[in-house]
Design a binder for this molecule. Sequence first.
Ligand code: UDP
Length: 378
Amino acid sequence: MASPPHPKVLVIFGTRPEAIKLFPVVRALRQDPRLHTVTCVTAQHRGLLDQVLAIAGLTPDIDLDLMEAGQTLDRLTARLLIGLGEVMDAERPDRVVVQGDTATAMVGALAAYYRKIPVAHVEAGLRSGDIYHPWPEEVNRRIVAPIADLHFAPTETAAAALAREAVTTGVRVTGNTVIDALHWTRERIAAAPALAADLEAVAARFAGKRLILVTTHRRENFGDGMAAIARAIARIADRDDTAVLFPMHPNPNVVGVMDAALGARDNVARIAPLDYPHFIRALELSDIVLTDSGGVQEEAPALGKPVLVMRDTTERPEGVAAGTARLVGTNEDRIVSEVFTLLDDKGAYSAMARAHNPYGDGRASIRIAGIIADAFGL
Ligand code: UDP
């Protein structure tokens, strides 16, 4: 008698951070012989996503290639719903896996719900408490919660946030898969240093300086916030003892403002977004991280790098509680004074520079794959 087919798991993602946090999960699912795993990328953000797929050696089974110039949230959401719905009708998965807080995650869960397909949510339970920060990600996450039947909370704090919304069944604290991605990639770099060698010229150019790594791309910061961030970076770079390494998000709301405020300076390297191994190398080289990114708030503490978060709220309070992260908002003077304190006060620096792993032990993906397989009663 023919054995029944393996349950089909459809993993959906669309942006760089989702790819970074899901490639270890896809690897773990694929290693489980009980499951048939299919990947679908929406390519909500094309270029940055492809960089990660290449490094991770992941060729998506289905590529919706949905990114379009000047895409609005309305059009993106509508196109995602139709595109992902058609994929689910063709593939008929037994389970859908989404990650985090993007439109792809929210719509992937909704399309699955319309077909009564169970949904697993990786990185569940992050909440800032403010529906406009981060916008629209806070609500994207909340919409997934009542739909999903498996909630992979990275920390106890995230599980407690779900409990406050009466989501208590199917919640498992697994750690954040970003730490798995970080470990895997650092091991790859150790075995093949050429993977992250392009930054050595920057490291040599800035030898003897304190290196500040900057990333900024949040929608809420576009406009006045971005202009204040740009002026703060200029003042930090006015010091002789600093250098700024700034892989710049291609969004015109970032590039235009930075061009105007920073011009050409010897000690500021504004470069294209780095692929993941090079970004990890940049984190390792840096003394201070200045960012509004979510994922970077999780990676920097794991490497013991003080991280100043240019937001007023965070859905990742664990780094702040551990003392490695601090919320500094987007006020120019505040950003400058917090950076200067870390540069000038050794005690303040070393208090923030202890490595912590509040976000996991690097085995989250293995746990997640096991729980997904177990849920089929396999
Ligand atoms: N990252 C990268 N190259 C860069 C900047 C960031 O690979 O030039 C990685 C970083 O290590 C982190 C992720 O991208 O894992 C964060 O993505 P992003 O800041 O775009 O999104 P968020 O985490 O805020 O959702």
